[in-house]
Design a protein around this ligand. Structure first.
Ligand code: NCD
Length: 360
């Protein structure tokens, strides 16, 4: 049995297999109507969501299954102080698979260790959002016909934007990918992506603060919202919130064959006038999310049936003598959760918390 915490837990072959299943679902939905009959998906959303929760629920319903769950922490026992582990263990008695969103980084991972059913990370703080990436890669594949040899611009809040982190991890494994990181100085990409992906794997990238300058070279432009809820200082958010607005004028600088993605919700960063441009793919992207979540639910339930045993933790390089100082890490709040680090680069002496991936 497998859960999904990070997009890196799926190989490129598995990503391609999920895309193939999603395309088959699009072509022959009737073949899938009963695939999850009598199966239950629990959606445990401790943070607001529209697309992710509803597309998970629609996905399960279109597979013939049913759904249960909650859409805010206040209506769950978390409001009484229940730990993520206890909630996950208990929900395992009522459902066959869990989709969990949580403001604390690493919370779905902790849930997956306690649950006896697969847990899917539906967004953990400013860390990861692997199922959004599944929606993104199906969209790129359908819009441009390929996932290799692309120049991908990611624009906006690269620091707190969890969708960007998972997208970069996924796309860096395809051939001929280059990234253009477009952000204000204060919202640059965090260390776990900078070192793990760009430096260690030698993936080519450039950084700029100018969207106009980046525009002409891009095959994909991935716009993001400045993540207000992750800022400690509200004035900092006010200062940065309108850093980028993609409008009709800027679209004139882009290739004819590019596509614009956005995980949504948009706040101000794409003018509604861009919506009519055939290159604007963000609403199609939201639909693609449902098909990829259908494919993922099928895969994880099938694997759980074949092998109900939980995957063992990879213990190489684990260390128990360090403390995580990230206030947004699940290890700060979860009852009696051991602090665990992994040495990710011996030569450079880099150690990362196994829950949130911040450095010691
Ligand atoms: C994203 C998220 O929750 O991280 N939304 C989504 O899942 N489609 C992006 C965002 O909230 O800005």
């Amino acid at each position: 049995m497998r859960s999904l915490n990070s997009i890196l837990e799926l190989s490129v072959a598995e990503l391609d297999e999920l895309i193939a299943t999603a395309k088959d679902i699009i072509a022959h939905p009737e073949n899938y109507w009963d695939k999850c009959a009598h199966k239950k998906l629990a959606t445990l959303f401790f943070e607001p969501s529209t697309r992710t929760r509803l597309s998970f629920e629609a996905a399960m319903l279109e597979l013939g299954g049913t759904v249960l769950g909650f859409s805010e922490a206040g209506s769950s026992s978390a409001a009484k102080g229940e730990s993520v582990s206890d909630t996950a263990r208990m929900v395992s008695c009522y459902a066959d698979i869990i989709a969990m969103r949580h403001p604390k980084e690493g919370a779905p991972y902790v849930a997956s260790r306690a649950a006896t059913i697969p847990v899917i990370n539906a967004g953990d703080g400013g860390h990861n959002h692997p199922t959004q990436t599944l929606a993104d890669i199906l969209t790129i594949s359908r819009e441009l016909g390929r996932l290799d040899n692309l120049t991908i611009g990611v624009c906006g809040d690269l620091k707190y934007g969890r969708t960007v982190h998972s997208l970069i991890e996924a796309m860096s494994r395809y051939e001929g990918i280059k990234f253009v990181l477009i952000s204000p100085e204060e919202l640059k990409i965090p260390g776990f992506i900078r070192y793990n992906v760009f430096e260690n794997k030698g993936i080519p990238y450039t950084e700029t603060a100018s969207l106009e300058e980046a525009m002409p070279q891009l095959d994909v432009l991935y716009m993001t919202r400045i993540q207000r809820e992750r800022f400690d200082d509200p004035w900092e958010y006010e200062r940065l919130k309108d850093s980028y607005v993609l409008d009709v004028e800027k679209m004139k600088l882009a290739k004819e064959q590019m596509c614009v993605l956005h995980p949504l919700p948009r706040v101000n960063e794409i003018s509604v006038k861009v919506d009519d441009d055939p290159r604007a793919a963000y609403f199609r992207q939201a639909l693609n999310g449902k098909y990829m979540r259908m494919a993922l639910i099928l895969k994880l339930l099938d694997e759980a049936k074949q092998n109900p045993e939980k995957e063992a933790i990879d213990t190489t390089g684990l260390e128990y003598d360090r403390v995580c100082h990230n206030p947004k890490c699940i290890s700060q709040t979860e009852q009696e959760l051991p602090q665990i680090f992994r040495c990710t680069d011996k030569a450079a002496d880099i150690h990362r918390c196994i829950y949130c991936e911040q450095r010691a």
